[in-house]
Design a protein around this ligand. Structure first.
Ligand code: NDP
Length: 455
Protein backbone atom coordinates (compact mmCIF):
# COMPACT_ATOMS: atom_id res chain seq x y z
CA UNK A 1 0.00 0.00 0.00
CA UNK A 2 1.44 3.39 -1.03
CA UNK A 3 2.06 5.86 1.76
CA UNK A 4 -0.24 8.67 0.72
CA UNK A 5 -3.01 11.06 1.64
CA UNK A 6 -5.96 10.20 -0.59
CA UNK A 7 -9.08 12.18 0.25
CA UNK A 8 -11.82 9.56 0.76
CA UNK A 9 -14.51 12.16 0.04
CA UNK A 10 -13.24 12.84 -3.49
CA UNK A 11 -10.79 10.05 -4.29
CA UNK A 12 -8.12 12.65 -5.02
CA UNK A 13 -4.47 11.86 -4.18
CA UNK A 14 -3.23 14.90 -2.27
CA UNK A 15 0.26 13.92 -1.18
CA UNK A 16 2.53 10.89 -1.48
CA UNK A 17 5.51 9.94 0.65
CA UNK A 18 8.59 7.86 -0.10
CA UNK A 19 8.98 5.09 2.48
CA UNK A 20 12.11 5.38 4.62
CA UNK A 21 15.23 3.68 3.24
CA UNK A 22 16.85 0.90 5.30
CA UNK A 23 19.66 3.22 6.37
CA UNK A 24 17.14 5.81 7.56
CA UNK A 25 15.25 3.19 9.57
CA UNK A 26 18.50 2.05 11.18
CA UNK A 27 19.39 5.63 12.09
CA UNK A 28 16.01 6.10 13.77
CA UNK A 29 16.37 2.81 15.66
CA UNK A 30 19.79 3.90 16.80
CA UNK A 31 18.44 7.23 18.01
CA UNK A 32 15.55 5.48 19.82
CA UNK A 33 17.94 3.11 21.60
CA UNK A 34 20.26 5.93 22.68
CA UNK A 35 17.38 8.18 23.75
CA UNK A 36 16.04 5.45 26.00
CA UNK A 37 19.23 5.29 28.05
CA UNK A 38 18.89 8.99 28.91
CA UNK A 39 15.13 9.25 28.98
CA UNK A 40 14.73 6.45 31.53
CA UNK A 41 16.69 8.65 33.98
CA UNK A 42 14.16 11.51 33.79
CA UNK A 43 11.73 12.04 36.67
CA UNK A 44 7.97 11.51 36.66
CA UNK A 45 7.66 15.23 37.27
CA UNK A 46 9.51 16.06 34.06
CA UNK A 47 7.55 13.51 32.03
CA UNK A 48 4.23 14.79 33.43
CA UNK A 49 5.18 18.32 32.53
CA UNK A 50 5.93 17.33 28.91
CA UNK A 51 2.72 15.33 28.65
CA UNK A 52 0.70 18.27 30.03
CA UNK A 53 2.33 20.39 27.35
CA UNK A 54 1.22 17.89 24.71
CA UNK A 55 -2.34 18.18 26.07
CA UNK A 56 -2.18 21.96 25.81
CA UNK A 57 -0.97 21.81 22.19
CA UNK A 58 -3.71 19.32 21.31
CA UNK A 59 -6.36 21.60 22.82
CA UNK A 60 -4.98 24.69 21.11
CA UNK A 61 -4.64 23.09 17.69
CA UNK A 62 -7.70 20.84 17.65
CA UNK A 63 -9.48 22.57 14.73
CA UNK A 64 -6.51 22.04 12.39
CA UNK A 65 -5.66 18.58 13.70
CA UNK A 66 -9.31 17.58 13.32
CA UNK A 67 -9.31 18.80 9.70
CA UNK A 68 -6.20 16.77 8.96
CA UNK A 69 -7.85 13.60 10.24
CA UNK A 70 -11.04 14.25 8.27
CA UNK A 71 -9.01 14.96 5.15
CA UNK A 72 -7.05 11.71 5.38
CA UNK A 73 -9.70 9.23 6.57
CA UNK A 74 -13.11 10.88 6.26
CA UNK A 75 -14.61 10.96 9.77
CA UNK A 76 -17.01 13.87 10.40
CA UNK A 77 -15.05 16.93 11.51
CA UNK A 78 -16.94 17.29 14.81
CA UNK A 79 -15.95 13.72 15.71
CA UNK A 80 -12.35 14.39 14.69
CA UNK A 81 -12.17 17.44 16.96
CA UNK A 82 -13.71 15.43 19.81
CA UNK A 83 -11.02 12.80 19.21
CA UNK A 84 -8.26 15.40 19.67
CA UNK A 85 -9.92 16.51 22.93
CA UNK A 86 -9.92 12.92 24.14
CA UNK A 87 -6.20 12.67 23.37
CA UNK A 88 -5.61 15.69 25.60
CA UNK A 89 -7.66 13.96 28.30
CA UNK A 90 -5.58 10.76 28.18
CA UNK A 91 -2.36 12.79 28.34
CA UNK A 92 -3.60 14.61 31.46
CA UNK A 93 -4.87 11.38 33.02
CA UNK A 94 -1.46 9.70 32.83
CA UNK A 95 0.42 12.91 33.67
CA UNK A 96 -1.54 12.98 36.93
CA UNK A 97 -1.69 9.28 37.78
CA UNK A 98 1.34 7.49 36.37
CA UNK A 99 3.68 8.21 39.29
CA UNK A 100 1.18 6.58 41.68
CA UNK A 101 0.54 3.65 39.36
CA UNK A 102 4.29 3.03 39.06
CA UNK A 103 5.29 3.58 42.69
CA UNK A 104 7.07 0.73 44.47
CA UNK A 105 4.62 -1.67 46.11
CA UNK A 106 5.84 -3.06 49.45
CA UNK A 107 4.88 -6.71 50.01
CA UNK A 108 5.25 -8.38 53.36
CA UNK A 109 7.21 -11.65 53.13
CA UNK A 110 9.88 -13.34 55.26
CA UNK A 111 12.51 -11.04 53.71
CA UNK A 112 13.56 -8.08 55.79
CA UNK A 113 12.29 -5.90 52.96
CA UNK A 114 10.53 -6.94 49.74
CA UNK A 115 8.68 -4.97 47.14
CA UNK A 116 7.60 -4.68 43.49
CA UNK A 117 9.42 -2.19 41.31
CA UNK A 118 8.14 -1.11 37.88
CA UNK A 119 10.78 -0.28 35.29
CA UNK A 120 10.56 0.67 31.61
CA UNK A 121 11.29 -1.94 28.94
CA UNK A 122 12.88 0.28 26.28
CA UNK A 123 11.86 0.93 22.69
CA UNK A 124 8.23 -0.04 22.04
CA UNK A 125 6.85 -0.31 18.50
CA UNK A 126 3.27 0.82 17.92
CA UNK A 127 1.57 -0.40 14.74
CA UNK A 128 -1.55 1.68 14.46
CA UNK A 129 -4.68 1.90 12.28
CA UNK A 130 -6.28 4.77 10.45
CA UNK A 131 -9.73 4.67 12.07
CA UNK A 132 -8.86 6.76 15.16
CA UNK A 133 -5.56 8.11 13.84
CA UNK A 134 -4.85 10.29 16.87
CA UNK A 135 -6.60 8.49 19.73
CA UNK A 136 -5.10 5.06 19.07
CA UNK A 137 -1.60 6.57 19.12
CA UNK A 138 -2.03 8.77 22.19
CA UNK A 139 -3.61 6.01 24.24
CA UNK A 140 -0.39 4.05 23.61
CA UNK A 141 2.05 6.94 23.87
CA UNK A 142 0.79 8.61 27.06
CA UNK A 143 1.30 5.60 29.37
CA UNK A 144 4.36 4.29 27.50
CA UNK A 145 6.23 7.59 27.75
CA UNK A 146 5.20 8.13 31.39
CA UNK A 147 6.65 4.70 32.21
CA UNK A 148 10.00 5.81 30.73
CA UNK A 149 9.76 3.83 27.50
CA UNK A 150 10.37 5.38 24.11
CA UNK A 151 8.03 4.92 21.15
CA UNK A 152 8.33 4.15 17.45
CA UNK A 153 5.16 4.62 15.43
CA UNK A 154 4.36 2.69 12.27
CA UNK A 155 1.04 4.26 11.39
CA UNK A 156 -1.38 3.10 8.68
CA UNK A 157 -0.20 4.05 5.21
CA UNK A 158 -3.28 6.19 4.50
CA UNK A 159 -2.73 8.62 7.41
CA UNK A 160 0.92 9.73 7.00
CA UNK A 161 0.25 13.39 7.74
CA UNK A 162 -1.48 12.50 11.02
CA UNK A 163 1.52 10.33 11.89
CA UNK A 164 3.95 13.20 11.26
CA UNK A 165 1.73 15.68 13.13
CA UNK A 166 1.75 13.45 16.23
CA UNK A 167 5.54 13.17 16.19
CA UNK A 168 5.73 16.95 15.84
CA UNK A 169 3.36 17.54 18.79
CA UNK A 170 5.39 15.27 21.04
CA UNK A 171 8.64 16.95 20.01
CA UNK A 172 7.20 20.42 20.59
CA UNK A 173 5.96 19.36 24.03
CA UNK A 174 9.56 19.24 25.22
CA UNK A 175 10.19 15.49 25.29
CA UNK A 176 13.87 14.81 24.54
CA UNK A 177 14.81 14.12 20.92
CA UNK A 178 14.19 10.56 19.79
CA UNK A 179 11.69 9.67 22.54
CA UNK A 180 8.90 9.36 19.98
CA UNK A 181 9.54 8.89 16.27
CA UNK A 182 7.29 8.21 13.32
CA UNK A 183 8.57 5.72 10.75
CA UNK A 184 6.98 6.11 7.33
CA UNK A 185 7.29 2.48 6.29
CA UNK A 186 5.16 -0.27 4.81
CA UNK A 187 3.75 -3.21 6.78
CA UNK A 188 6.42 -5.53 5.32
CA UNK A 189 9.10 -3.77 7.42
CA UNK A 190 7.44 -4.59 10.75
CA UNK A 191 8.91 -8.10 11.13
CA UNK A 192 12.43 -6.71 10.59
CA UNK A 193 11.85 -4.12 13.29
CA UNK A 194 10.74 -6.82 15.72
CA UNK A 195 13.96 -8.71 15.01
CA UNK A 196 16.07 -5.72 16.03
CA UNK A 197 17.50 -6.01 19.54
CA UNK A 198 16.64 -2.42 20.37
CA UNK A 199 12.90 -3.03 19.98
CA UNK A 200 11.67 -4.72 23.15
CA UNK A 201 7.91 -5.04 22.63
CA UNK A 202 5.04 -4.01 20.38
CA UNK A 203 1.39 -3.06 20.35
CA UNK A 204 -0.91 -3.33 17.35
CA UNK A 205 -4.46 -2.22 16.70
CA UNK A 206 -5.95 -3.43 13.46
CA UNK A 207 -7.09 -6.49 11.56
CA UNK A 208 -6.62 -10.14 12.49
CA UNK A 209 -4.08 -10.87 9.72
CA UNK A 210 -1.94 -7.91 10.83
CA UNK A 211 -2.19 -9.06 14.46
CA UNK A 212 -1.20 -12.61 13.59
CA UNK A 213 1.73 -11.42 11.54
CA UNK A 214 3.05 -9.23 14.36
CA UNK A 215 2.47 -11.94 16.97
CA UNK A 216 4.44 -14.44 14.86
CA UNK A 217 7.33 -12.02 14.35
CA UNK A 218 7.37 -11.15 18.07
CA UNK A 219 6.97 -14.76 19.15
CA UNK A 220 10.10 -15.69 17.21
CA UNK A 221 11.99 -13.10 19.28
CA UNK A 222 10.18 -13.81 22.58
CA UNK A 223 8.97 -10.24 22.75
CA UNK A 224 5.81 -9.06 24.42
CA UNK A 225 2.82 -7.84 22.37
CA UNK A 226 -0.55 -6.28 23.03
CA UNK A 227 -3.11 -6.87 20.28
CA UNK A 228 -6.34 -4.96 19.85
CA UNK A 229 -8.10 -6.50 16.87
CA UNK A 230 -11.58 -6.66 15.45
CA UNK A 231 -14.94 -7.15 17.04
CA UNK A 232 -18.53 -7.95 16.19
CA UNK A 233 -20.00 -6.50 19.33
CA UNK A 234 -23.52 -7.47 20.35
CA UNK A 235 -26.09 -4.85 21.31
CA UNK A 236 -28.77 -6.71 23.25
CA UNK A 237 -32.18 -5.17 23.89
CA UNK A 238 -34.52 -7.00 26.29
CA UNK A 239 -38.19 -6.36 26.99
CA UNK A 240 -37.85 -3.99 29.95
CA UNK A 241 -35.40 -1.66 28.15
CA UNK A 242 -36.09 2.03 27.62
CA UNK A 243 -36.64 1.52 23.90
CA UNK A 244 -36.37 5.14 22.74
CA UNK A 245 -32.98 5.58 24.41
CA UNK A 246 -31.82 2.15 23.27
CA UNK A 247 -32.63 2.95 19.62
CA UNK A 248 -30.99 6.40 19.69
CA UNK A 249 -27.90 4.90 21.29
CA UNK A 250 -27.94 2.04 18.77
CA UNK A 251 -27.63 4.58 15.95
CA UNK A 252 -24.64 6.30 17.59
CA UNK A 253 -23.05 2.98 18.54
CA UNK A 254 -23.26 1.67 14.97
CA UNK A 255 -22.48 4.88 13.06
CA UNK A 256 -19.57 6.08 15.16
CA UNK A 257 -16.64 6.89 12.89
CA UNK A 258 -18.69 6.12 9.75
CA UNK A 259 -19.22 2.63 11.16
CA UNK A 260 -15.49 1.86 11.28
CA UNK A 261 -14.83 1.22 14.94
CA UNK A 262 -13.73 -2.02 16.55
CA UNK A 263 -16.15 -1.41 19.45
CA UNK A 264 -19.08 -0.35 17.29
CA UNK A 265 -22.27 -2.28 17.95
CA UNK A 266 -22.55 -4.63 14.98
CA UNK A 267 -25.03 -7.39 15.88
CA UNK A 268 -28.32 -6.14 17.29
CA UNK A 269 -29.95 -8.92 19.31
CA UNK A 270 -33.51 -7.93 20.14
CA UNK A 271 -36.17 -9.63 22.29
CA UNK A 272 -39.05 -10.74 20.07
CA UNK A 273 -41.60 -8.78 22.13
CA UNK A 274 -40.02 -5.40 21.25
CA UNK A 275 -38.37 -6.30 17.95
CA UNK A 276 -41.01 -4.85 15.59
CA UNK A 277 -40.90 -1.50 17.31
CA UNK A 278 -37.08 -1.45 17.57
CA UNK A 279 -36.77 -2.31 13.88
CA UNK A 280 -39.22 0.39 12.78
CA UNK A 281 -37.53 3.10 14.86
CA UNK A 282 -34.04 2.08 13.74
CA UNK A 283 -35.01 2.22 10.07
CA UNK A 284 -36.49 5.70 10.58
CA UNK A 285 -33.39 6.97 12.35
CA UNK A 286 -30.96 5.43 9.85
CA UNK A 287 -32.88 7.02 6.96
CA UNK A 288 -32.79 10.43 8.67
CA UNK A 289 -28.97 10.52 8.86
CA UNK A 290 -27.27 13.12 6.69
CA UNK A 291 -24.61 11.63 4.42
CA UNK A 292 -22.05 13.86 2.76
CA UNK A 293 -18.93 15.97 3.06
CA UNK A 294 -17.41 15.15 6.46
CA UNK A 295 -16.01 18.69 6.74
CA UNK A 296 -19.59 20.05 6.95
CA UNK A 297 -20.87 20.65 10.48
CA UNK A 298 -24.23 18.94 9.93
CA UNK A 299 -22.90 15.73 8.34
CA UNK A 300 -23.64 12.56 10.29
CA UNK A 301 -21.98 10.06 7.99
CA UNK A 302 -18.91 10.59 5.82
CA UNK A 303 -17.16 8.25 3.38
CA UNK A 304 -15.39 5.00 4.26
CA UNK A 305 -11.65 5.44 4.59
CA UNK A 306 -10.54 3.59 1.45
CA UNK A 307 -12.04 2.07 -1.74
CA UNK A 308 -10.95 -1.38 -0.48
CA UNK A 309 -13.03 -1.06 2.67
CA UNK A 310 -16.03 0.02 0.60
CA UNK A 311 -15.60 -2.92 -1.74
CA UNK A 312 -15.23 -5.41 1.10
CA UNK A 313 -18.33 -4.10 2.86
CA UNK A 314 -20.33 -4.23 -0.38
CA UNK A 315 -19.25 -7.85 -0.88
CA UNK A 316 -20.24 -8.74 2.69
CA UNK A 317 -23.71 -7.25 2.22
CA UNK A 318 -24.11 -9.23 -1.03
CA UNK A 319 -23.03 -12.40 0.80
CA UNK A 320 -25.49 -11.68 3.61
CA UNK A 321 -28.32 -11.37 1.10
CA UNK A 322 -27.20 -14.57 -0.67
CA UNK A 323 -27.29 -16.30 2.71
CA UNK A 324 -30.93 -15.34 3.26
CA UNK A 325 -30.65 -11.84 4.74
CA UNK A 326 -33.19 -9.14 3.86
CA UNK A 327 -32.17 -5.50 3.45
CA UNK A 328 -34.57 -3.03 5.14
CA UNK A 329 -32.72 0.12 4.12
CA UNK A 330 -29.51 0.93 2.20
CA UNK A 331 -27.67 -2.06 0.76
CA UNK A 332 -25.70 -0.57 -2.17
CA UNK A 333 -22.71 1.78 -2.46
CA UNK A 334 -23.68 5.36 -3.31
CA UNK A 335 -22.06 5.36 -6.74
CA UNK A 336 -23.64 8.68 -7.68
CA UNK A 337 -21.31 10.37 -5.18
CA UNK A 338 -17.52 10.61 -5.70
CA UNK A 339 -15.53 9.01 -2.89
CA UNK A 340 -16.20 5.91 -0.82
CA UNK A 341 -19.79 6.43 0.32
CA UNK A 342 -21.98 3.64 1.66
CA UNK A 343 -25.44 4.35 3.13
CA UNK A 344 -26.74 3.33 6.57
CA UNK A 345 -27.92 -0.25 6.05
CA UNK A 346 -30.01 -2.68 8.07
CA UNK A 347 -30.13 -6.41 7.35
CA UNK A 348 -32.53 -8.82 9.06
CA UNK A 349 -33.14 -12.58 8.89
CA UNK A 350 -29.54 -13.73 8.32
CA UNK A 351 -29.55 -17.36 9.49
CA UNK A 352 -27.26 -17.45 12.53
CA UNK A 353 -25.47 -20.59 11.34
CA UNK A 354 -24.25 -18.96 8.11
CA UNK A 355 -20.54 -17.96 8.06
CA UNK A 356 -21.42 -14.34 7.19
CA UNK A 357 -23.18 -13.98 10.58
CA UNK A 358 -19.77 -14.45 12.19
CA UNK A 359 -18.00 -11.70 10.23
CA UNK A 360 -17.16 -8.18 11.31
CA UNK A 361 -18.88 -5.53 9.14
CA UNK A 362 -16.52 -2.53 9.18
CA UNK A 363 -18.95 0.14 7.98
CA UNK A 364 -22.48 1.50 8.56
CA UNK A 365 -24.28 -1.85 8.39
CA UNK A 366 -26.42 -3.20 11.25
CA UNK A 367 -27.35 -6.88 11.45
CA UNK A 368 -30.61 -7.48 13.35
CA UNK A 369 -31.45 -10.77 15.05
CA UNK A 370 -34.58 -11.69 17.04
CA UNK A 371 -34.46 -13.89 20.14
CA UNK A 372 -37.20 -15.27 22.40
CA UNK A 373 -35.50 -14.60 25.75
CA UNK A 374 -32.33 -13.68 27.65
CA UNK A 375 -31.07 -17.26 27.41
CA UNK A 376 -31.08 -17.11 23.62
CA UNK A 377 -29.71 -13.55 23.64
CA UNK A 378 -26.63 -14.54 25.66
CA UNK A 379 -26.09 -17.66 23.55
CA UNK A 380 -26.19 -15.68 20.30
CA UNK A 381 -24.02 -12.87 21.72
CA UNK A 382 -21.36 -15.42 22.68
CA UNK A 383 -21.62 -17.29 19.37
CA UNK A 384 -18.84 -15.21 17.83
CA UNK A 385 -15.12 -15.61 17.30
CA UNK A 386 -14.72 -12.11 18.78
CA UNK A 387 -15.03 -10.86 22.35
CA UNK A 388 -14.33 -7.15 22.53
CA UNK A 389 -17.30 -5.32 24.06
CA UNK A 390 -21.03 -5.82 24.60
CA UNK A 391 -23.86 -3.41 25.24
CA UNK A 392 -27.02 -4.75 26.88
CA UNK A 393 -30.27 -2.99 27.66
CA UNK A 394 -32.58 -4.06 30.48
CA UNK A 395 -33.89 -2.44 33.66
CA UNK A 396 -34.20 -5.83 35.40
CA UNK A 397 -31.35 -6.22 37.93
CA UNK A 398 -31.36 -10.00 37.79
CA UNK A 399 -30.97 -9.86 34.00
CA UNK A 400 -28.22 -7.26 34.31
CA UNK A 401 -26.28 -9.54 36.66
CA UNK A 402 -26.62 -12.51 34.31
CA UNK A 403 -25.40 -10.46 31.36
CA UNK A 404 -22.40 -9.13 33.32
CA UNK A 405 -21.55 -12.65 34.44
CA UNK A 406 -22.14 -14.61 31.24
CA UNK A 407 -21.22 -12.39 28.28
CA UNK A 408 -17.83 -13.36 26.83
CA UNK A 409 -16.17 -10.00 26.19
CA UNK A 410 -13.51 -7.65 27.49
CA UNK A 411 -16.23 -5.17 28.50
CA UNK A 412 -19.95 -5.21 29.26
CA UNK A 413 -21.88 -1.95 29.29
CA UNK A 414 -25.41 -2.03 30.73
CA UNK A 415 -27.85 0.58 29.37
CA UNK A 416 -24.99 2.37 27.60
CA UNK A 417 -22.97 1.97 24.44
CA UNK A 418 -19.46 0.55 24.65
CA UNK A 419 -16.84 3.30 24.82
CA UNK A 420 -13.28 3.72 25.97
CA UNK A 421 -12.39 5.82 29.01
CA UNK A 422 -8.82 6.47 30.21
CA UNK A 423 -9.85 5.39 33.73
CA UNK A 424 -11.01 1.93 32.64
CA UNK A 425 -9.04 -0.90 31.02
CA UNK A 426 -9.77 -1.55 27.35
CA UNK A 427 -9.19 -4.73 25.33
CA UNK A 428 -10.65 -8.02 24.23
CA UNK A 429 -10.69 -11.78 24.56
CA UNK A 430 -10.95 -14.54 21.94
CA UNK A 431 -9.95 -13.32 18.46
CA UNK A 432 -10.36 -9.69 19.48
CA UNK A 433 -6.85 -9.85 20.91
CA UNK A 434 -5.10 -9.80 24.25
CA UNK A 435 -3.63 -7.39 26.74
CA UNK A 436 -5.18 -4.16 27.91
CA UNK A 437 -4.80 -0.48 27.13
CA UNK A 438 -5.69 2.48 29.35
CA UNK A 439 -6.05 2.64 33.13
CA UNK A 440 -3.40 1.13 35.41
CA UNK A 441 -3.49 -2.16 33.47
CA UNK A 442 -2.54 -0.40 30.23
CA UNK A 443 0.41 1.26 31.93
CA UNK A 444 1.62 -2.04 33.36
CA UNK A 445 1.69 -3.83 29.97
CA UNK A 446 5.04 -2.36 28.98
CA UNK A 447 7.04 -2.42 32.19
CA UNK A 448 9.32 -4.90 33.87
CA UNK A 449 7.49 -5.93 37.04
CA UNK A 450 10.61 -6.47 39.10
CA UNK A 451 10.53 -8.45 42.33
CA UNK A 452 12.97 -7.13 44.92
CA UNK A 453 13.98 -9.13 48.01
CA UNK A 454 16.41 -7.71 50.55
CA UNK A 455 17.68 -9.61 53.59
P1 NDP B 1 -4.79 -3.38 8.89
O1 NDP B 1 -4.83 -4.29 10.03
O2 NDP B 1 -4.28 -3.89 7.60
O3 NDP B 1 -3.95 -2.08 9.28
C1 NDP B 1 -3.67 -1.70 10.61
C2 NDP B 1 -2.17 -1.43 10.77
O4 NDP B 1 -1.46 -2.66 10.64
C3 NDP B 1 -1.61 -0.51 9.71
O5 NDP B 1 -0.57 0.27 10.26
C4 NDP B 1 -1.05 -1.49 8.70
O6 NDP B 1 -0.07 -0.93 7.88
C5 NDP B 1 -0.48 -2.55 9.60
N1 NDP B 1 -0.33 -3.86 9.00
C6 NDP B 1 -1.08 -4.42 8.02
N2 NDP B 1 -0.65 -5.65 7.75
C7 NDP B 1 0.41 -5.88 8.56
C8 NDP B 1 1.30 -6.98 8.73
N3 NDP B 1 1.18 -8.08 8.01
N4 NDP B 1 2.27 -6.87 9.66
C9 NDP B 1 2.39 -5.77 10.39
N5 NDP B 1 1.60 -4.69 10.26
C10 NDP B 1 0.60 -4.75 9.36
O7 NDP B 1 -6.22 -2.78 8.71
P2 NDP B 1 -6.92 -2.32 7.35
O8 NDP B 1 -6.71 -0.88 7.22
O9 NDP B 1 -6.52 -3.14 6.19
O10 NDP B 1 -8.43 -2.66 7.70
C11 NDP B 1 -8.94 -3.94 7.42
C12 NDP B 1 -9.75 -4.48 8.54
O11 NDP B 1 -9.03 -4.40 9.78
C13 NDP B 1 -11.02 -3.72 8.85
O12 NDP B 1 -12.04 -4.09 8.00
C14 NDP B 1 -11.26 -4.11 10.29
O13 NDP B 1 -11.87 -5.35 10.35
C15 NDP B 1 -9.90 -4.23 10.87
N6 NDP B 1 -9.50 -3.04 11.60
C16 NDP B 1 -9.72 -2.99 12.92
C17 NDP B 1 -9.39 -1.89 13.63
C18 NDP B 1 -9.64 -1.79 15.07
O14 NDP B 1 -9.83 -0.69 15.57
N7 NDP B 1 -9.59 -2.89 15.79
C19 NDP B 1 -8.77 -0.72 13.00
C20 NDP B 1 -8.55 -0.87 11.58
C21 NDP B 1 -8.91 -2.01 10.94
P3 NDP B 1 -0.42 -0.48 6.36
O15 NDP B 1 -1.47 0.57 6.46
O16 NDP B 1 0.87 0.04 5.84
O17 NDP B 1 -0.90 -1.71 5.66
Amino acid sequence: MAIATINPTTGETLKTFEPLKDTEILAKLDLAGKSFEEYRQTSFLERSHWLEQAATILDQEKPDLGKLMTLEMGKPLKAAIAEVEKCALVCRYYAENAANFLADVPIETDASHSFIKYQPLGVILAVMPWNFPFWQVFRFAAPALMAGNVGLLKHASNVPQCALAIEDIINRSGFPKGVFQTLLIGAAQVANLMADDRVKAATLTGSEPAGISLAVASGKQIKKTVLELGGSDPFIVLESADLETAVSTAVTARMLNNGQSCIAAKRFIIAESVADQFEKLLVEKFQALKIGNPMAADTDLGPLATPDILQELDQQVKNAVKSGGKVLTGGHPLTEMPGNFYPPTIIIDIPVDKPIAQEEFFGPVALLFRVPDIEAAIKLANDSPFGLGASAWTTNTEEQNRLIQEIEAGAVFINSMVKSDPRLPFGGIKRSGYGRELSIQGLHEFVNVKTVWVN
